[in-house]
Design a protein around this ligand. Structure first.
Ligand code: SF4
Length: 561
């Protein structure tokens, strides 16, 4: 990971194939078919030169081929006849890999996996502590049409039984309290050393580590499923039209009611073969943390599901160079994370802190968040909702609630002690919380904080766009309808006024203003008025009071009133 000098944003690197996938997307969107053909040919040569595909490399090839099929008529109509052959050759290359997988399923032992990962002891501890997904197997026997994980067809490798137990033991030692035993695989597919998932569940019974299993119940695994049900394993079945009748039969035979998920006629988010590569959909990933797979380990950051991130999250490989690990947050806790604020992480000494800037992938979510309810699951706060707290009505509401807020803070900090007995640190935290609330109640301060919030986001986007021009082009395409409606025409009240004046206008919606400046900046990175605004309000995030404020190094308090 690379950090910008002012710590406003942190770049997480993309592998070459991911970069090429994005180059291809941008070329196709812009109808630049000459470039599209060159990039696609380069992708084929890059794939052909590999001695084998790792899991994520092959998943990306599947994404590229799915994308090719979506845009095939235009590509074949405008590119040379060679493109059709290149497409066939790439298909053959992938099919051969899948065929080879049928013959032999490697077992990955712990020393080999650990040696390849090559982490320092403190990195390993943090990996186990923050693991939210433990994928026992690579590849899946189900091959679901809408697999948002783009799981590889057919089982490709398994962790050895000893590797599974060792990794689970390490997680328990690091006080990790819960892990999902799936990912891009069906946990019932796992087998090694004549053991099955049932043996792993037995071992988990001896550890203080909860687990969850989600399965599609592969056909050949009915007896294993029955055994797991009888031992009351913590298991849910994801219901589809294909397995519904089979699951009902198993329920009838065992007399045990199976916990079910996704038992809906309409699946929530089209993915994989139903990905259209032109729309933005909610994130499918509901957690921050790490993922352990036979191919390695990854930091997982949720994203909206789109052509930019077809997995609905970004996988950042954990390597010797990894400097921080996200504090693990799953389920409801993850929903409460404001994705647009600097992330809470552990440094390599195991100390918790907030990053000073946003990860590039968070900035992409800010850009793609068009404010529609469809993008935000219930319980999660959208950027639009966050920006609305600076409007006049919410401010007045907050002011009214001041007595109850003070009561709550008093209860939290002075529950069984008095102010003078608080430590210096707790005292200052208590006061900061009080001032934080009171400032957001005062009109002048509330306006000032709004300036810093908008400045922080615009500066992050400005820095991001200098490093990621191709991704900016992709996002501009994905947002083209919104851009057309949001960008102000000549009669718009924003025209001819400074961002500061526009943001102070109580008749204008803050989120709408922000989207206008964001799009303007993406199109005109040197827009003087916006850069001056960023310069006037150099912003930073203060995690203690949970507000955006003046950056410490350049303390500066212009008066917005
Ligand atoms: S069972 Fe799960 S991991 Fe396997 S293909 Fe279906 S959705 Fe993907």
């Amino acid at each position: 990971m690379e950090t910008n000098t002012r710590m406003q944003f942190i770049t997480t690197s993309d592998c070459l194939l991911e970069e090429k996938k994005n180059d291809l997307l941008a070329a196709v969107y812009e109808k630049d078919y000459l470039s599209a053909e060159q990039v696609y040919t380069a992708i084929f040569h890059h794939a052909a030169n590999q001695s084998g595909f790792n899991e994520n490399f092959e998943k990306r090839l599947h994404q590229i081929q799915t994308m090719f099929n979506k845009f095939k008529p235009a590509l074949l109509a405008h590119c040379s006849p060679d493109l059709k052959d290149t497409n066939k050759h790439l298909n053959t290359l992938i099919l051969n890999t899948i065929k080879c997988a049928s013959g032999h399923t490697p077992i990955i032992d712990f020393p080999t996996w650990e040696t390849i990962l090559d982490l320092d002891p403190c990195q390993k501890d943090l990996l186990y502590q923050t693991a939210m997904t433990f994928q026992l197997t690579s590849g899946c026997s189900n091959y679901c049409r809408r697999c948002n994980e783009w799981a590889l067809p057919k089982v490709r490798s398994h962790f050895s039984f000893n590797a599974v137990l060792t990794i689970l033991n390490h997680m328990a030692e690091q006080k990790n309290d819960e892990v999902s035993l799936y990912g891009a695989s069906d946990p019932l597919d796992w087998t090694a050393d004549h053991k099955t998932l049932s043996d792993i569940i037995d071992h988990l019974g001896n550890l203080s580590l909860d687990y969850s299993i989600l399965t599609k119940a592969p056909k050949a695994k009915a007896s294993l499923l029955k055994r797991l049900l009888k031992t009351q394993a913590n298991l849910s079945v994801s219901i589809t039209a294909k397995n519904k009748a089979r699951i009902q039969r198993i329920e009838g035979e065992t007399g045990i009611r199976i916990s079910k998920q996704h038992d809906l006629d309409a699946l929530l988010i089209p993915a994989r073969l139903d990905e259209d590569f032109i729309s933005i959909k909610p994130s499918i990933t509901d957690g921050y943390g790490t993922e352990i797979t036979p191919d390695g380990a990854f930091i997982i950051i949720p994203t909206f599901t789109s052509a930019l991130h077809p997995f609905g999250h970004k996988k950042i490989p954990v390597t010797k160079n990894t400097r921080f690990f996200p504090v693990k947050k799953t389920g409801r806790k993850a929903l409460l994370v404001d994705y647009f604020k600097p992330l809470e992480v552990y440094d390599l000494q195991g100390k918790k802190h907030h990053l000073a800037g946003l990860l590039d992938v968070q900035i992409e979510s800010i850009i793609l968040d068009n404010g529609t309810d469809q993008l935000t699951p219930p319980g999660m706060r959208s950027l639009k909702e966050y920006l609305s707290i600076f409007e006049e009505n919410p401010r007045l509401q907050r002011k009214k609630m001041t007595p109850s807020v003070m009561k709550r803070l008093k209860k939290r900090f002075l529950f069984n002690t008095s102010f003078k007995n608080l430590s210096q640190k707790t005292r200052s935290l208590y006061l900061k919380k009080i001032h934080g609330h009171l400032n957001l109640c005062k009109k002048k301060h509330c306006l000032m904080i709004k300036m810093y919030v908008i400045s922080f986001f615009l500066e992050s986007i400005h820095l991001y766009q200098q490093h990621h021009p191709v991704k900016v082009r992709i996002m501009q395409f994905l947002l083209k309808n919104e851009i057309q409606t949001v960008l102000p025409g000549p009669a718009n009240p924003m025209v001819g006024r400074s961002p500061e004046a526009v943001l102070m206008d109580p008749d204008l919606d803050t989120f709408h203003i922000f989207r206008c400046y964001l799009f303007r900046l993406l199109d005109h990175p040197d827009e003087k008025a916006i850069l001056e605004f960023i310069h006037t309000y150099p912003a930073a995030y203060d995690p203690v009071s949970d507000v955006f404020t003046a950056a410490q190094s350049q303390k500066h308090t212009p008066d917005p009133a």
